[in-house]
Each structure stands twice: as structure tokens, then as C-alpha cells.
Design a protein around this ligand. Structure first.
Ligand code: NAG
Ligand code: NAG
Length: 296
């Protein structure tokens, strides 16, 4: 392993149980762990780059009964407090959540083992979106290129190694999806797949609405489908991060809403990388019946 690569890995801080998180989050770890969930909280949970913004917009549109003006009240990443997010001097995700009236919709990328325990104790609702590992890796790579808070991803072939080794923010993809898959029958979890959302968005939106106890008529459903399509969201300034300072996200390097497709990994993985990935994947995913669609 080259020393530059090692340097990049070390710029993450090993937080709890070997999961890399940014330093500022580690500094506030006690406060995050003792976060007080409320029984009527809805927690949106994803591995990074698995369709978080997409599901947030869908949930918000359902909750606001399709009222676009209400959905424009703030950029989507500010509508739902991000529990482990810390960026002084702005209020942290925990502080934002504490100040929010119930019922709250919150967001996290934390794996099951790092989730603040009160979420389980309060028997909250969890909405998990999973995306296939290969596309997540590609998307995460481009995201780290433009995100100035996260470590520079280096060249693709090095990033590929780091991702496989789970040395990326929020830890290994495999453990994340397996962990949430495992708890889904013990808690109130709606487990969705990014690829299913690409295949049949209307059907998946209906599942979310049902989970939230909302009945959508056809007209409203069609409206939500339209407004949460990739092309419309890419041009929505409340979703495409166009208001984020360039020192934080440089959208000229790679847009936040990049492609939103299934199978873009084929444009990045070499044949040899794909073989290595598959072999490793089979080992890590053995013993789970969780299956992913890698192309449509
Ligand atoms: C974000 O949306 C605005 C408003 O539609 C648009 O002008 C801008 O080009 C979009 N930004 C990106 C990076 O797509
Ligand atoms: C997969 O296993 C879980 C239990 O771990 C079970 O609840 C679920 O029904 C299984 N799904 C399929 C498709 O076999």
C-alpha cells in the first residue's frame, strides 16, 4: 500500500468499532450516541450515495401532500436533520433535531451497530434504501472528488481498494446493508432498493406512502413521480446542492446529481477489478439472502 494511500486512509479518524467517520463527528460522538429519539420519529437510513436525497424528497412530498411550495421551504439536506452531521459554528444535526417539533423526519448514514440506542428503544420507524455496491462505489468516488470536507479519493484504482477494504466514510458497504437487512424483521423497517425505484418509481412511492400511513390518489401519485424523477430533481435548486459553497462542494468537478443510473460501474470497473470484486463480494455476502440487481 503506497504511503499516499495510507495518508488518505489516516485522514479519517477511526471512531467506534473501526468505522471511519470525519473528525468533527468523532469529537461529538458522546452527544450523538445519547441522542433522544421520540416514538413518532421517522429515520431515513442509507449508506452514502444510495439515493438518500431521492428518498428524502419523496418522503417530504408525501408528508406535504404534494405541496411544492412547502417542499421548497429549505434545501432538502436541511429539511431533515442529519444526526451525525457536525460543522461548527452551524447547529449540529443533533441540535437541529432537538429543536424540531414532532413528528420529525431525520436522516443518518450510520450502520446498525453505531445507531444511537434510543431509536431502538422508542421503536421508531426506519426507512432504509439500499443500492448495489458497485454503483455505490462509483458514485462515492465522484462524490469524494468534489466534496472538500471528505478526503481526496485519489485515482480510481486506489479508491477501488479502499472501498473494498471498507476504509471509506461510514465503513464497509457490506456490513451496512447486511446489518440493516438483519434488523428489518425485528423493527419497523421499510427496506427499499434503489434499483427497484429506478424500475418502477410509482410502485415504490406507493410503498413509502403506505408505510407512512398516507393514501395518495392517482393525481398526487403522478405528481410525486414527476417531481422526483432524476431530470427534474437535477434541476431543482432545493435538491441539486447549487446553494452549497464551492469550498464545501465543487460542483464543477462533478455535479451532486451526477447520473442516477444503474450499471454505471461498467464504465469504471476493469475486467480484472470486476473479477476481484465478485470474489470478495461472494465471501462477504455469504449467509445472507439479500440480492442486488447490478444492471437493469
Ligand atoms: C441546479 O438547479 C438550478 C435551477 O434549475 C440550475 O440552474 C443549475 O444548473 C442546477 N445545478 C446543477 C449542478 O445541475
Ligand atoms: C430472507 O431471510 C429473511 C430472514 O433472515 C426472511 O425474513 C426473508 O423472508 C428471506 N427472504 C427471501 C426472499 O427469501
Amino acid at each position: 500500500m503506497g504511503s499516499e494511500l495510507l495518508q488518505r486512509i489516516l485522514s479519517w479518524v477511526l471512531a467506534v468499532e473501526g468505522i471511519p467517520l470525519v473528525q468533527v463527528t468523532c469529537n461529538e460522538w458522546q452527544r450523538i450516541q445519547s441522542f433522544q429519539a421520540r416514538p413518532d420519529d421517522l429515520l431515513i437510513c442509507t449508506y452514502p450515495k444510495a439515493g438518500t436525497t431521492w428518498i428524502q424528497e419523496i418522503v417530504d412530498m408525501i408528508q406535504q401532500d404534494g405541496d411544492l411550495e412547502k417542499c421548497k421551504r429549505a434545501p432538502v439536506h436541511h429539511r431533515h436533520p442529519f444526526i451525525e452531521w457536525v460543522r461548527p459554528p452551524q447547529p449540529s444535526g443533533v441540535e437541529q433535531a432537538e429543536a424540531m417539533p414532532s413528528p420529525r423526519t431525520l436522516k443518518t448514514h450510520l450502520p446498525v451497530k453505531l445507531l444511537p440506542p434510543s431509536f431502538w428503544e422508542q421503536q421508531c420507524k426506519f426507512l432504509y434504501v439500499a443500492r448495489n455496491a458497485k454503483d455505490c462505489m462509483v458514485s462515492y468516488y465522484h462524490f469524494q472528488r468534489m466534496n472538500k470536507v471528505l478526503p481526496d479519493p485519489g485515482p480510481w484504482h486506489e479508491y477501488f481498494e479502499m472501498f473494498m477494504a471498507g476504509k471509506v466514510g461510514w465503513g464497509p458497504w457490506h456490513d451496512h446493508v447486511k446489518g440493516w437487512w438483519k434488523v428489518k424483521d425485528m423493527h419497523c423497517v421499510l427496506f427499499l432498493f434503489y434499483e427497484d425505484m429506478k424500475k418502477d418509481l410509482k410502485r415504490e412511492i406507493q410503498k413509502v406512502a403506505q408505510f407512512l400511513g398516507k393514501n395518495l390518489d392517482q393525481e398526487l401519485l403522478d405528481k410525486i413521480v414527476y417531481h422526483t424523477s432524476f431530470d427534474v430533481m437535477k434541476d431543482n435548486p432545493m435538491a441539486n446542492r447549487s446553494g452549497v459553497p464551492r469550498s464545501f462542494m465543487d460542483l464543477s468537478i462533478s455535479p451532486f446529481m451526477r447520473k442516477g443510473t444503474v450499471g454505471d460501474w461498467k464504465n469504471h470497473f476493469t475486467v480484472a477489478q470486476n473479477e476481484r470484486f465478485e470474489e470478495d463480494y461472494e465471501k462477504k455476502m455469504a449467509g445472507t439472502n439479500l440480492t442486488f440487481c447490478m444492471e437493469l
